[in-house]
Design a protein around this ligand. Structure first.
Ligand SMILES: CCNc1ncnc2c1ncn2[C@@H]1O[C@H](/C=C/CNC(=O)c2cc(-c3ccc(F)cc3)cc(O)c2O)[C@@H](O)[C@H]1O
Ligand SMILES: [Mg+2]
Length: 214
């Protein structure tokens, strides 16, 4: 019967990964997506770049746009300092339900708040709903044509402060050309490209790290 790719990934996690061990959940998903069926997780190679930025920033408040199966939410949460939170946004209820189970299996549910719904609806409500002043770090990995509008919306809603960092996946493949042009051209951002490869392939891709200057 027609199981979906995220359902098959969750089944693999339950079969192969050690409950409560975030690292084994990450490794299980990487193994499965490299050898059985490709899926759009940030993956092991770009994931290492993301890890280094999370460890450097030690964010108390972090946002992820586009949870999908929860791979990067688990990866990030396992590196967060105590009392810090990752808020991850997912508008597909099927994917959100899978991600909740992956996050729970990894034992990081107390560090992750998964909110269901489109970023455009939620971003304007974040401050009030979560008692936030701003995000220290934002990981963009949702629809590529939404990176720019959502970044502008976060600016307008005062969710970025001097020093807030945006980390964007897939700036080469599939690409986010309007976003790249904006963060690289704007005097309000200091941007840096980390060259890598599309998850589980030899195709070029990369991560753009952009510091908001206020
Ligand atoms: C409407 C915008 N707001 C949103 N708010 C909340 N969640 C959203 C939103 N958009 C999309 N989502 C969710 O994020 C996820 C979407 C991610 C889109 N990612 C990609 O398209 C992507 C695609 C590729 C890729 C690369 C090469 C290929 F040949 C084929 C695919 C690789 C990646 O790493 C990717 O991230 C889904 O779970 C979707 O339901
Ligand atoms: Mg991606």
């Amino acid at each position: 019967y027609g199981s979906t790719r995220p359902e098959r990934i969750l089944a693999e996690v339950k079969r192969k990964a050690t409950r409560g061990d975030a690292r084994s959940v990450v490794d299980t998903i990487d193994q499965y997506c490299r050898h059985q069926e490709w899926a759009m997780n940030v993956g092991d190679e770009k994931g290492t770049i993301l890890d280094s930025i999370v460890c450097e920033v030690k964010p108390m408040a972090m946002l992820e746009l586009g949870t999908y199966c929860g791979y990067s939410a688990v990866r990030i949460a396992s590196l967060l300092p105590p009392n810090s939170r990752l808020i991850t946004m997912e508008f597909n209820p099927v994917f959100a339900a899978i991600a909740r189970q992956v996050i729970a299996w990894a034992g990081v549910e107390d560090k992750v708040v998964l909110i269901e719904g489109p970023s455009g609806d939620w971003i304007p409500k974040m401050k009030k709903e979560f008692g936030l002043t701003s995000f220290d770090l934002v990981f963009l990995d949702h629809w590529k044509d939404c990176y720019l509008p959502d970044t502008k919306l976060m600016e307008e809603c005062g969710l970025l402060r001097t020093g807030s960092i945006l980390v964007a996946d897939n700036v080469i493949c599939p690409g986010a050309p309007d976003y790249l042009e904006y963060v690289r051209g704007s005097p309000r951002y200091e941007s840096k490209y980390f060259r890598s490869h599309l998850e589980y392939t030899r195709v070029e891709d990369g991560i753009e790290k952009s510091v908001f200057l206020g």
